[in-house]
Design a protein around this ligand. Structure first.
Ligand SMILES: [Zn+2]
Length: 161
């Protein structure tokens, strides 16, 4: 996989000797370890990623999250999948999860242009969330007053007896 500034991102390294840039190879050129299972897992992750894109196209954001999460678990260095997961979490209204995914993507590929776009969309969502919280706080005060009034009434009743 190639990142936004044209550098090749290593999706995985050799589990035996730790050699990097072995992505797509059948055996490790340094120690000879069989990497075919890792190569298969990598193509499975690609398939999951594509399933996620199809679910997004079909409007099934919830299902897309499942495929993207599977892809990100199998391939934690996949910044593109992390960015798309951030975007879909945002579409679902889960801006906290979206932000978490976005920060993970930023650590792997800090120069991606899409980061800014998702970031500003998330800021709008957070602002809306904050406004909603303030509304809820206001509503909370209103209902508190109602509770106090009714207890006072009960006490008054007792005094009358
Ligand atoms: Zn090796």
């Amino acid at each position: 996989m190639i990142n936004s500034v044209g550098e090749v991102i290593n999706m995985y390294s050799c589990p035996a000797c730790g050699k990097e840039d072995v992505t797509g190879q059948i055996t490790c050129i340094r120690c000879g370890t069989d990497l075919s299972l890792l190569k298969t897992l990598d193509s499975v992750a690609d398939a999951w990623f594509n399933r996620a894109l199809k679910e997004i196209d079909d409007g099934n954001s919830g299902r897309a999250i499942q495929w993207l999460s599977a892809c990100c678990a199998a391939r934690p260095m996949d910044a593109e999948a992390l960015r798309i997961r951030a975007k879909v979490w945002g579409m679902l209204g889960h801006w906290k999860e979206a932000r978490y995914s976005l920060e993970e993507a930023r650590e792997i590929d800090p120069d991606a242009l899409e980061l800014k776009e998702i970031e500003s969309a998330l800021q709008v969502m957070e602002k809306q969330h904050e406004e909603k919280l303030q509304e809820e706080r206001l509503m909370g005060k209103v209902s508190l007053k109602t509770v106090r009034r009714s207890t006072r009434r009960k006490k008054n009743k007792k005094k009358r007896k």
